[in-house]
Design a protein around this ligand. Sequence first.
Ligand SMILES: Cc1ncc(COP(=O)(O)O)c(C=O)c1O
Length: 457
Amino acid sequence: MTAATKAKSAKKIKATLTEADLAVNGGRKTIKAFGSKPEPKIGVEEAMALVSLWGYSDGTLAKVRALLDKESVGSPHLARYYCPKPSRVAELEAYSRDLFGVKYALGVNSGTSALTSAYVACGIGPGDEVIIPGYTFFATAAAVIAAKALPVIAEIDDSLTLDPKDVEKKITPRTKAIVPVHMVGCACDMAGIMKIARKHNLLVVEDNAQSCGGKFKGKFLGSIGDMGCFSLSTFKITGAGEAGLVLTNDEYLYIRAQNQHDTAACWRPQRYARERQPGELFAGQNYRMSELEGAVNLLQMQKTKAQAERFNKNMQRVHRQIGTFKNTILRRSNDLAGDVGYRLVMFGKDAESATKLAKALSAEGVPTYGRGDSNARDWHIYPYWEHIMEQKSATDKGCPFTCPLRNAPLPKYTADMCPNTLDYINRAVFVSVDQWWKAADCDHVAAAINKVCSVLG
Ligand SMILES: Cc1ncc(COP(=O)(O)O)c(C=O)c1O
């Protein structure tokens, strides 16, 4: 259309129409319906993309597609908020509250974001210190940095979990929280840790990424401290993709964790309202769990209790048959009945004997691994957390290591600062217990361990 014709037709419209012609005033509606046929935004192709993740054969996929094509179901809503009820994430939270016996549960998108939400909810921030064990996945420490505080690294003991005695030694006026990490299915000494925390008025955030379904003295891990954090990633015993969970009995901490996990405030009864109490609203992040993760992790969580019972039964059947040896000892458990039990851990006399033991057990058919080369890089062991050890920061300002609010020298970050931790890890031999073993399988594993240890000591 040329400029001249454009001006002509605009003049014509102006000349013929009046206010009464507007549909809003009762005039004729311009568009009665659109002639286009919309396709669902998220439809059969997306459903097939999901099903294909399970690795079914082409034949099965073709059958599923044929079934799906027959039915028109519209477009699903895969986000947790404003989705048609019931939200699978909300169902996962409700199930987790009941299972773990806590008042509040919050689904998030990873274990790391669960920890960050919990730390921020606890008010941990610039100038603060958080005590964590030297044996845990690096994420426990990374989340402290994300909260702009500094991790203080403490020893583990012969249970392979945080040593309460060392925790007490590492408390300073800047300490805000202790993070017991329940490693490889095994509970920390929660009685000892809670006692120290209450004595020094510190918060306790349990990192239960590795021990979902485990217990300490009858209470579920993750429900004992002020907050409990879980990873529901596919690599964990409960988990099917990338997700996490935060538990607490404290409404204020829950509200603050909600804000950190969803700064768009979809979780609020009135999203854009001003804060109902100081500390409720601050600039958080988006760690929301999607309905996809909610759906699969609800099922995973429903399997947790029975799964932990099967693992523990098999681990204990092997455990009680193992003899006494001069140089090889079983890991001390803070609560054998509460251990999830997917690993049975022994300590060799030294790193070399542990490597020999692991090799000999594997040769007997027992699924076993040890550290092997004691210089092998592993982000579960503090000397390899260069991010912390060398104070790496996302910017050249060095935050939070250079935080002026600290007013004290940096915590100790040296490779030899936790000698007991290195010793236990280098001497540890891990037997992978299977929840599906039959009694006879357990007996064969125990026999193989006794055979190898009676020869190697
Ligand atoms: C002890 C521990 N804490 C935290 C995390 C972090 O969980 P995610 O990978 O879901 O962020 C992990 C995961 O490996 C872990 O083992």
